[in-house]
Design a protein around this ligand. Structure first.
Ligand code: KIV
Length: 272
């Protein structure tokens, strides 16, 4: 008889049930094995392999240059590290906008080749047909409205979205169309708190906010931002739970001076 205990991974059904039961959903981004395994130990509900990879790991100015191969490579690493959280992979720019068939072929790769359980894509009602096609084929979809970084040039900058009445109404109808098409959850990024609360109340699927106030069903942050590691940009909605850029610099400086002074390695770190 096998003595192995099977660890059960969170599913999209668990995530949807959390909304019904009024339990908040925790989500963070991760891009590698080590970080994903630490988060998994902390019982995070959802890990997003975000295309923010492009900004915080690959050093691009936007998420636009991120490729399918980049995303698959990092999703595989995260999947090796996290065995309990639901893993959602971001579909990169132009991997799902060209046609629903193209989107399905690319989305399927995240489940087939990289061990993700769902994908995320940015956009509203125009993508409803794609969301429907993916979900019919068995690929769970997390939708993303509000500030959608892949449309940064169309939006004209990183700004709060849905402030005017017509924009707010459009976001509401987009959210409803995405839910009707089969999305299992919806990220709302940089949206006024009141509008995010209204959308959350109208939908049966959970909303996950980032800069969208406390009334969303869950919250997400970019891990490098919340650990205080990424110094290039710090949006207002980011709460820093640590100051790791300072800690890392302190440690690296201490190492450099110990190497230069011949203090490291000492007897404890050498072989007799
Ligand atoms: O790419 C990303 O990290 C995201 C989150 C900010 C939601 O899309």
């Amino acid at each position: 008889m096998s003595t192995q205990t099977k660890i059960s991974r969170k599913t999209i059904l668990d995530i949807k049930k959390m909304k019904v039961q009024g339990e908040k959903i925790s989500m963070l981004t991760a891009y590698d094995y080590n970080m994903a395994s630490l988060m998994d130990d902390c019982e995070i509900d959802v890990i997003l392999v975000g295309d923010s990879l492009g900004n915080v790991v690959l050093g691009y100015d936007t998420t636009l240059p991120v490729t399918m191969e980049d995303m698959l490579h990092h999703t595989r690493a995260v999947a090796r590290g996290a065995k309990k959280a639901l893993i959602v992979a971001d579909m990169p720019f132009l991997s799902y906008q060209i046609s629903p068939a193209d989107a399905l072929a690319n989305a399927g790769r995240f489940l087939k080749e990289a061990d993700a359980q769902a994908v995320k894509l940015e956009g509203g009602e125009d993508l409803a047909e794609t969301v429907y096609k993916l979900t019919c084929a068995g690929v769970p979809v997390m939708a993303h409205l509000g500030l959608t970084p892949q449309s940064i040039h169309q939006l004209g900058g990183y700004k709060v979205q849905g402030k005017k009445e017509d924009a707010a109404q459009k976001m509401i109808s987009d959210a409803q169309a995405l839910e009707a098409a089969g999305a299992f959850s919806l990220v709302l990024e940089c949206v006024p708190e009141k509008l995010a609360a209204e959308i959350t109340g109208l939908l049966t699927i959970p909303t996950i906010g980032i800069g969208a106030g406390v009334h969303c069903d869950g919250q997400v942050l970019v891990i490098n931002d919340m650990l205080g590691m990424f110094e290039r940009l710090s949006p207002k909605f980011v709460k820093k739970y640590a100051n790791m850029s300072q800690d890392i610099k302190k440690a690296v400086k201490a190492y450099i001076s110990e190497v230069k002074e011949g203090v490291f390695p000492d007897a404890d770190h050498s072989f007799k």
